[in-house]
Write a protein that binds this ligand. Structure first.
Ligand code: SAJ
Length: 443
């Protein structure tokens, strides 16, 4: 089948689709294409996940508007089914790959899941099928890893025996379906004709711009957009540290800076977590590991952001010392354990690093998080007898935390605010010793 014939099948919604990897991205993608009318098979390694999906039940915790209903609808209509068996892909015209592409402790990309998917897909790949990698990859990976491995495992040549491209996902926990429909996508093809065929597929789901280009550009855009965000956040964090030393208030400074044209200072905070931002800078940096001049800004931004949970622990120590107490033996209430407000996702959570550092300081962390199973006990009970409360995540639930009650629950009225959630003057009026990221330390 030529790309033109495939494109016609796609436009008629007759093309059979597959998604490899039914994590929070792959599952949302599979549901959206099934909703658009395509026959979709999802291949997933985890049997329990497959069983849940085939019963029309979403395996995703957390608040994902409309996903549970959509999944139930497309499974009931028979448009989507899940399997652990790659053999189900033999009749698939288009295969999307949405597997994890993490970096390890040394910030080196780990492509085990991607390689495994390509090795399993090759032998069953339909003649002239189109394969689209949606996972985030270091620039150069499509040319150096994906296409050679798929040629080897399928025994065919790209652009003749199969077609290949990449279209990095741009979703966010809590807005999966909305982002899939409303956020523009960069569509990278091994050939321009491939990219244009890919546009024909995504047009059934994406209402925003679809920008055809080549694979390396798609990889660069994805990793650069997240490295950009990481650098911007690091700048805000460094300004916060300056404000603490000079007696300023970074939230006031930020608001006034952003009144200046073409400024958009991001939010300082207790750290940068999640599965995208901390990782994608390293994927970008990895792709240029042999530069004559090593990268300086992007790694430095990572270092600043990774240091913020430690800075939070130091603020706790500073606050306790100001009342003659030691951090060793102190009971520290950690408010928020997910990496993002109103989410249950704890991947690379700054709170995890704070808890580790508090234990190094021989403090006793007491964790609360309204979204994370295991930490959902009553906050009043957890706060009782603690020596300090540390706000790490700006969950909406914490906006209504009664500060007067919190002060009475605590053994010592110390509040360390990592997200600028509380007003320093109001907290101090109630009788707290208040420290915050970017807010002048003990007056
Ligand atoms: N954070 C700050 N200051 C900020 C913004 C975020 O400290 O100004 C922290 C958050 O607390 C969190 C981490 O950074 O710990 C990441 O926050 P995020 O808002 O970037 O959320 P993510 O990780 O879900 O980012 C995703 C990214 N999307 C994809 O990679 C597809 C990112 O590119 C998006 O900009 C972001 O969602 C979004 O806002 O949509």
């Amino acid at each position: 089948m030529t790309l033109k014939e495939l494109k016609d099948k796609i436009e008629a919604r007759k093309a059979r689709l597959a998604v490899i990897g039914l994590g929070y991205v792959g599952l949302a993608v599979a549901c959206e294409f099934a909703r658009a009318g395509f026959d979709v098979v999802g291949v997933e390694l985890k049997c329990d996940r497959v069983e849940k999906i085939n019963s029309g039940i979403t395996p995703i915790e957390g608040n994902e508007p409309r996903l549970a209903e959509l999944l139930s609808e497309v499974v009931r209509s028979g448009k989507l089914r899940a399997s652990t068996n790659y053999g189900e892909l033999r009749d698939r015209d288009v295969v999307l790959i949405d597997v994890e592409t993490p970096v390890d402790e040394a910030n080196i990309p780990r492509y085990e899941a991607l390689r495994a998917a390509l090795r399993s897909l090759g032998p069953v790949l339909k003649q002239d099928a189109l394969v689209i990698v949606e996972s985030t990859t270091a620039p150069g990976t499509m040319l150096e890893v994906v296409y050679p491995l798929l040629e080897q495992s399928s025994g065919r040549s790209v652009n003749s025996g199969f077609f290949l491209g990449n279209c990095p996902e741009r979703v966010m926990p809590g807005k999966l379906l909305a982002n899939l429909r409303q956020v523009s996508r960069v569509v990278g093809g091994m050939t321009l004709e491939t990219a244009e065929t890919m546009v024909a597929i995504y047009r059934h789901v994406v209402q925003a711009d679809l920008d055809p280009t080549d694979c390396i550009t798609a990889e660069l855009v994805k990793t650069v957009e997240n490295a950009y965000r990481d650098v911007q956040i690091a700048f805000a964090n460094e300004v916060a540290l300056i404000c603490e030393q000079l007696g300023g208030n970074v939230w006031t400074v930020r608001n006034l800076v952003n009144k200046s044209p073409f400024r958009q200072m991001h939010f300082p905070g207790a750290g940068v977590g999640g599965h995208c931002i901390p990782k994608d800078s390293w994927l970008l940096a990895y792709s240029v590991k042999d530069l004559p001049e090593p990268l300086r800004l992007i790694p430095a931004a990572r270092a600043v952001n990774e240091s913020m949970p430690i800075h939070m622990a130091n603020l706790v120590q500073q606050a306790l010392q100001s009342v003659g107490s030691s951090v060793a033996g102190a009971r520290v209430l950690v408010l928020g354990y997910s990496y993002l407000e109103n989410s249950d996702d704890t991947r690379n959570s700054p709170s995890e690093k704070l808890v580790q550092q508090l234990r190094v300081m021989e403090a006793e962390p007491i964790i609360h998080d309204p979204y994370v199973p295991g930490y959902q006990e009553d906050v009043a009970k957890l706060a009782t007898g603690c020596d300090v409360a540390v706000l790490m995540v700006k969950h909406h639930a914490y906006r209504d935390l009664p500060l007067k009650d919190l002060k009475n629950w605590l053994r010592t009225p110390i509040l360390v605010d990592g997200r600028g959630l509380f007003d320093a003057n109001q907290a101090r009026k109630i009788g707290f010793i208040y420290l915050g990221v970017g807010v002048n330390s003990i007056p």
